[in-house]
Every structure is written in structure tokens, then in C-alpha cells.
Design a protein around this ligand. Structure first.
Ligand code: SF4
Ligand code: SF4
Length: 523
């Protein structure tokens, strides 16, 4: 009798698994075959061929589809063999970034994607990941004819350690420098240097806009250092592009200076320089490939020279270190190389949502009043933290009340943009970051928790503010290497040469889609 019962239980288990396998196979067949009613397709993907996009089927329930990744995306790759169609990438793309589902495509000549990589952070199977550019960098490092330089973003120093077993938020700036030297880089610099430079240029631009000295460039000024955000605005709100700061991101400012300022100082042929950046961000790979990012080439009369030759995410750097058997945790702390290696606390907090705003306000206050900012501007709590949209109002002598806003995650950004479009925007200056938490939550960061959590984001952010509070200099305009750069090369913020190397223009991508007016509103 007992044996009979066991057989029955076994049959039941077998029948259950058989049924599930049948459902799964049927789901795959329906999905791969595209046998779906148009009403079941996510918006914006109706015209995509099946290999571009596994569309969601309504049955079985567990098969929900995945986002479309362009096969030639500079940022991401998709391995369909690993995809279980769980739909988590669709959720983050739609709900956190408000991209998929927010457009109609009359004609498909491009997959609509802002390259943010948030889908790679939530994918439980690793079916979506960063495009691997490590081989390019290995080749450059092994080429004796190349002078290989590297810059490291503000956010990687509080996350790289997680790849080596250290807790989230562990400060590994000096160890990262040591690791990069052991990989063979000829110069190791800090993107924070050009974060300070961005503040010099952007604070100047803000003041000029407030004074009405830049016709056609209205307020509010929108920050421009998050390439996913910039592309989002180019797609969905091209009519608001005149609000976008003309400042390039710190990565691109750095690339332009490495092959001009540094090359001249050290008498190195810029064509021999191979410029690498270590970024928390997959969209930076896209940004580096934008056609206009060859200011150093134009400066030298050789347009084929690119400002940044390769972008590695934090995860790719960790892979290279592991391939070479370098244990980050055991390395000593080393300093960045001089000339473009110093930074201030203002630059350090660039990696956190609200950080660019806080750093810019500190320096704008100084530029306007000639006085050091008061202590509340060195701890600008209204724009700190993980709330999706943050606002503040500051009294600045000579200007009156300066109204600011900060948002991160582009569904939040969309709320701010809708308010602007509807004439409900009281702000002078707004910071946008594509990724939740800012750069510390970038799509190229360690997958320490999948999906990423606010707890981890908060630890990384806390490490940046902790460092800022203790840094020798906290104001971007006090960075001695920045002052030297202006004295010896650029002359002053927004000079002719600064405009040529550090500023840019944007393109409308709105013709590629019909944006749906969002059903979200601020407040
Ligand atoms: S999150 Fe990953 S596994 Fe899930 S549908 Fe998207 S690509 Fe596929
Ligand atoms: S990279 Fe960003 S925009 Fe592109 S599919 Fe992934 S989540 Fe969506």
C-alpha cells in the first residue's frame, strides 16, 4: 500500500513537471513564432523583427518578454540563450526609466534605448550584460608604441571593492590606482579632476543664463553629465534641448584634455595616446562614440582622433584584474598621477544623486558673491538622499532666491520635464541622472544584489559624502590643478578654447518616434 502511495506521489510530481515543461515550451513557441495579437505587444516594438525583440505573450503567465537590445549597441549585448523571458528588464525599462512603452514607432530604423544598462542590473540570468571592451584595452596595453592613459569616475571608488569581497561603500580609490598601474597603464588620472572643471564651466554658464547673456539658452539650466539622460531628452523632449547645459560630461572633457593639454605638456604625439575611462555606466560607451566627441582630433587637425578610445565599466575592470590575478583588497593605496589627478570634495560627490547640484551651487555662490559659501551650502540636505525628485530654494545675494531641483531615474525625470513642458517649472537649475541613486547606481556597477537595492545605493552614497566632509578642499574652484589648467591653457571658463574642447551640442532624435504624452505629473 505504501509503495502504491509512493508511485502515486511520483506520478503526480512527474505529471506536474511535464505540464510545466509543456507550458514553457508552448510559451516559447508562441513567443518565438510571434503569434500574438497586436494588442498584446508592448508599445514601440510592433515593427521589430523577432530576433530584435522577444515579445511578451499573454500565456503562459510566467513568460513576459524582454527588452529589445540593438545587436550593434555600443553599450550592451543580449544572449537570448540565457533569457527566461521573466520580464524584469521590461519592468525597469518601463517603470524606472519610462522608455519602453513610452513611444510609438512609425518607421523602425533604430531600437529606442538610452543605453543606461539598468536592464543588465536586474537581469537574473545575465542574459543582458555590458559590451565587453577589455580585449581592446589589453591590446593597447601590450602595444609598446602606445601611451595608455586611464581616468576613473567618482563612483567606481566606492563600488569596485564589492567585486573583491569588500562591503558596499568601501573606499578603494588608492587601491584602484595601484591596480591600474599593475595592469600597465602609463598614467592614472582622476575623472574627478574634470568633475571640478565641469563645475567651473557649468556654474559660469548658469550665471550667464541668469543674467540673460546667452540668448536662446533659457532657464532652467539642465545638467548634462549623464549620457543616458541626454539621449532620453534628445528622444522624448527635443524641444527642451536649449535648456541643456552645453558642458560635456567629465569623461569627455577629460578625453579632450588628455590629447591636447597633457600631450602638449609632455610632448607626446596625441595619435599615440590611447585613452581609457573606467566608468560605472554603460551609456558612457555610447557617449564616447558620439560622432562629435573628437574635439582633440579637430584641435590637432586630425578628426579621426577620438577623445576617449575605450570605456570600461566597473565590472569589466574587475574582470581584467581577476584575469591578471590582482587582488584589489591586498593592494597598497597609491596617488593619482599629477597634472590631472587632484580633486575636491565637490567633485567626489558627483557620483551621488544631488552631488552635481551641490558642487555647482557652492561654486556659483562664490562666483556671484566673491565669498565662500556658508556652511549650509556645504551640506545641502534638501538635494541629498534617495527621494525621486528633490527641491530646494537658496538665498544668493545678487540673485535672490535660486530654485533648484534634482531627479534620478528617468521616470522621475519625466515628471520634471512634463512640469517644464506644462509651464509649471519654478526652477533655475535642475540636475538629472539617468540611474537610480545617480552614478553609484549605474548600469556598469557590480551586481552585488540582483536586483540592486536602495540599501547598497545608500552605502555607496554615504561613502562619497563621508569623503567630501573630510577632504582638504571642498570647493571646485579651489582645485590647484584646475587653476593651473586655466592659467596655462584654457585662460578662463567658457573661453574660446574651453568652448572648443569642453562644450558640445545635441541632436534631436524625436523624428524616430512619436512620444506618447506621459500619464505622470509632478506633485
Ligand atoms: S531580465 Fe534577463 S532573463 Fe529576464 S527577460 Fe530580461 S533579459 Fe530575459
Ligand atoms: S539600457 Fe536602459 S533604456 Fe535600454 S533597454 Fe535597458 S533599461 Fe531600457
Amino acid at each position: 500500500m505504501e509503495r502504491f502511495m509512493e508511485q502515486q506521489r511520483e506520478m503526480t510530481r512527474r505529471a506536474f513537471f511535464k505540464m510545466m515543461a509543456g507550458l514553457g515550451l508552448a510559451g516559447w513557441a508562441v513567443t518565438a513564432g510571434g503569434c500574438l495579437r497586436p494588442a498584446e505587444l508592448p508599445a514601440g516594438v510592433e515593427d521589430l523583427p523577432p530576433y530584435h525583440h522577444r515579445v511578451a505573450s499573454a500565456w503562459p503567465a510566467q513568460v513576459r518578454g524582454c527588452v529589445p537590445i540593438d545587436p550593434v549597441s555600443p553599450s550592451l549585448v543580449q544572449d537570448h540563450r540565457k533569457c527566461n523571458l521573466c520580464g524584469q528588464c521590461l519592468d525597469v525599462c518601463r517603470n524606472t526609466q519610462s522608455v519602453v512603452g513610452y513611444y510609438d514607432l512609425p518607421l523602425v530604423d533604430e531600437i529606442i534605448c538610452i543605453n543606461c544598462g539598468q536592464c543588465a542590473l536586474v537581469c537574473p540570468t545575465g542574459a543582458i550584460s555590458e559590451r565587453d571592451d577589455t580585449e581592446k584595452v589589453w591590446q593597447a596595453l601590450e602595444d609598446p608604441g602606445r601611451f595608455v592613459v586611464v581616468q576613473t569616475a567618482p563612483a567606481t571608488r566606492v563600488s569596485l571593492g564589492e567585486e573583491f569581497g569588500l562591503p558596499p561603500g568601501t573606499w578603494v580609490a588608492g587601491k584602484q590606482v595601484a591596480a591600474l598601474r599593475r595592469l600597465g597603464f602609463d598614467a592614472v588620472w582622476d575623472t574627478n579632476f574634470t568633475a571640478d572643471l565641469t563645475i567651473m564651466e557649468e556654474a559660469t554658464e548658469l550665471i550667464k543664463r541668469i543674467k540673460g547673456e546667452l540668448p536662446g539658452h533659457p532657464l532652467p539650466l539642465l545638467t548634462s553629465c549623464s549620457p543616458g539622460w541626454v539621449k532620453f531628452c534628445e528622444y522624448f523632449y527635443p524641444n527642451l534641448l536649449p535648456h541643456m547645459s552645453s558642458c560635456k560630461s567629465p569623461q569627455q572633457m577629460f578625453g579632450a584634455l588628455a590629447k591636447t593639454y597633457y600631450a602638449e605638456k609632455k610632448n607626446i604625439d596625441p595619435e599615440k595616446i590611447f585613452s581609457v575611462s573606467i566608468m560605472p555606466c554603460t551609456a558612457k560607451k555610447f557617449e564616447a562614440q558620439r560622432p562629435e566627441m573628437n574635439a582633440s582630433g579637430l584641435y590637432r587637425g586630425t578628426p579621426s582622433i577620438r577623445d576617449v578610445d575605450a570605456v570600461l565599466t566597473t565590472r569589466e575592470l574587475a574582470r581584467m584584474l581577476k584575469q591578471k590575478g590582482i587582488d584589489l583588497a591586498g593592494l597598497p593605496e597609491e596617488d593619482y598621477d599629477p597634472l590631472m589627478g587632484k580633486c575636491t570634495g565637490g567633485a567626489i560627490i558627483f557620483g551621488a544623486t544631488g552631488g552635481v547640484m551641490e558642487a555647482a551651487v557652492r561654486t556659483a555662490f562664490f562666483f556671484i558673491t566673491g565669498n565662500e559659501p556658508p556652511s549650509d551650502l556645504l551640506n545641502l540636505t534638501p538635494v541629498r538622499g534617495l527621494e525621486g525628485v528633490k527641491e530646494g530654494a537658496l538665498d544668493v545675494p545678487g540673485v535672490g532666491t535660486l530654485r533648484i531641483a534634482v531627479c534620478h531615474g528617468l521616470a522621475n525625470g519625466r515628471r520634471v520635464l512634463e512640469a517644464m513642458r506644462d509651464g509649471r517649472a519654478p526652477w533655475h537649475f535642475v540636475e538629472f541622472m539617468a540611474c537610480p541613486g545617480g552614478c553609484i547606481g549605474g548600469g556598469g556597477q557590480p551586481r552585488t544584489a540582483v536586483p540592486p537595492t536602495d540599501e547598497i545605493r545608500a552605502k555607496r552614497i554615504a561613502a562619497l559624502y563621508h569623503a567630501d566632509a573630510r577632504w582638504e578642499r571642498r570647493l571646485s574652484h579651489e582645485n590647484p590643478e584646475i587653476l593651473t589648467l586655466y592659467q596655462e591653457f584654457l585662460e578662463h571658463p567658457m573661453s574660446e578654447l574651453a568652448e572648443e574642447l569642453l562644450h558640445t551640442e545635441y541632436v534631436s532624435r524625436g523624428h524616430q518616434l512619436r512620444a506618447r504624452k506621459a500619464a505622470v505629473a509632478l506633485g
